[in-house]
Design a protein around this ligand. Structure first.
Ligand code: SF4
Length: 452
């Protein structure tokens, strides 16, 4: 067996996650037309309630698009259809049978290809959003989401809309009605502050949201189904954190650091809807962590102990994906941990005695209060906490054009990082992927000089 082929097999969970993301369109078509399931559009990691109903499927709308799929992923996918993913070692025999001899691609190349394919689609959706008249002063994330909903929203039975502290986000959700898709708008308001009876109100809002979903589903709401889903989600959160901290903070990586950043970017985007199957995503992320550990134990990977650790955040509203390659070329390594920053990787406090709706309300309330925060002080604290957890040597702050909610606390943050963690930081403006890469390179060059 060639070394490269061996690597494909030993690192197959990340390829499975990529495959499940990129082949979403076929998967969802099958679910919708053959199995008569209904699709529910979600944005940000707010898909959980949809999983309370066996015939509803959450989808982050970009996944309804067609993606160019790397030929090795296609082979891997075809092999899995025949042999099952667990017997993916048969992949090689399958490829040989097809007469494809040139297995020369490494995992690094394949993952890089996946990320650039997804990002090209994001830019396409951004352009489409603008063409369709989304206000020009909206951020990249909102514009591209708008484009996704205009182009594919008609396939969904409903949009599950959570209102949060960002007014641009809430305006975007409002604008979905005007697109003219037949999908129903289901609203869940997250209270801005946990004061008075806010938690009770929130529990009530979630209950109403579930009632609306129940009207679309052929099943009645069953608290055990939701409780089971939360158990799955807690396992996802745990493995995600292990990858971020046990692997991300280690001195030896299971792959080169640019690939590791790309895997983190892939996890970040797949986390929105767990690629429409939480249990499948859970299995993949658990085996991803185990595969990473296995490679490290065998000494497969790269010594990164001398490479400064740079945290890039926030990136979920849009960021320049070339940044981690540039940092790598300049001798550093990049970590992304936005969902932990926003407390979406905490445990949902379920138990057999606790009502899962209340547990979820508490979980989201915590994310809103401590992660996103109601003011810039709390948000700044979240950035500092993440940098501290990563033991970061430096921080790159993404100043997203049009964002007045999570991107306007840099002055305060810079000062805090300098005073409390004694690490340098830099703010990089972002409007659209691929724009100003040369300028970003120059600024990062100067920044990374500090670590020499
Ligand atoms: S918080 Fe900022 S980046 Fe996120 S949706 Fe609102 S404006 Fe966009």
């Amino acid at each position: 067996m060639s070394l490269v082929a061996d690597e494909l097999i030993r690192f197959s969970s990340v390829l499975r996650i990529a495959y499940n993301f990129l082949t979403g369109r076929d998967y969802l078509k099958r679910k919708k037309f053959r199995e008569k399931k209904k699709l529910i559009s979600v944005g940000l990691p707010f898909s959980d309630l949809v999983y309370a109903f066996p015939d509803l499927i959450p989808v982050f709308p970009i996944r309804m698009h067609e993606f160019k799929i790397h030929k090795y992923l296609t082979y891997l996918g075809s092999a899995s259809n025949i042999f099952g993913w667990n017997r993916v070692t048969n992949f090689l025999g399958f490829v040989k049978d097809l007469g494809i001899k040139d297995i020369s691609q490494t995992v690094d190349n394949i993952i890089e290809d996946v990320i650039s394919t997804i990002n090209a689609k994001y830019n396409e959706m951004y352009d489409y959003g603008e063409e369709c008249g989304v206000p020009t002063d909206f951020c990249y994330g909102v514009k591209s989401l708008y484009g996704m909903n205009v182009s594919k929203g008609k396939n969904c039975d409903a949009n599950l809309n959570y209102t949060i502290r960002c007014s641009a986000w809430n305006k975007y959700l409002e604008s979905l009605k005007a697109i003219g898709n037949p999908s129903k708008q289901i609203w869940i308001e997250v209270p801005p502050r946990n004061i008075g009876n806010a938690l009770e109100l929130f529990i009530d809002n979630i209950t109403k949201g579930l009632e609306e979903l129940e009207k679309i589903s052929s099943y009645n709401y069953n608290s055990n189904t939701l409780r089971d889903h939360f158990r799955t989600v807690n396992q996802i959160h745990q493995s995600y954190k292990q990858i971020l901290y046990e692997i991300g903070n280690a001195d030896f990586y299971p792959c080169n650091p640019a690939t590791f950043s790309e895997i983190l970017a892939l996890l970040n985007i797949s986390f929105h809807d767990y690629n429409s199957s939480a249990t499948r995503f859970r299995d993949n992320i658990i085996s991803l962590f185990n595969e990473m550990k296995g490679r490290i134990t065998k000494g497969i990977g790269m010594d990164v102990s001398k490479m400064p650790k740079i945290l890039i955040t926030p990136m979920f509203g849009g960021w320049e994906p070339k940044t981690h390659d540039i940092i790598y070329e300049l001798g550093g390594r990049v970590l992304y941990g936005d969902w932990d920053l926003l407390q979406f990787l905490e445990d949902i406090p379920i138990s057999n005695r606790m009502d899962p709706i209340e547990a979820y309300a508490q979980f989201l309330m915590n994310a809103n209060q401590i992660g996103i925060g109601c003011d810039n002080n709390t948000l700044t604290e979240s950035y500092v906490r993440l940098a501290r957890n990563f033991e970061a040597d430096g921080l790159i702050f993404i100043q997203v054009f049009g964002c007045h909610s999570i991107s306007n606390c840099y002055t305060m943050l810079k000062e805090k990082l300098r005073r409390e963690l004694e690490i340098p930081s830099i703010a990089i403006n972002f409007n659209k992927m691929g724009e100003n890469v040369e300028q970003v390179k120059t600024r990062l060059g100067a920044f990374m000089e500090m670590f020499n």
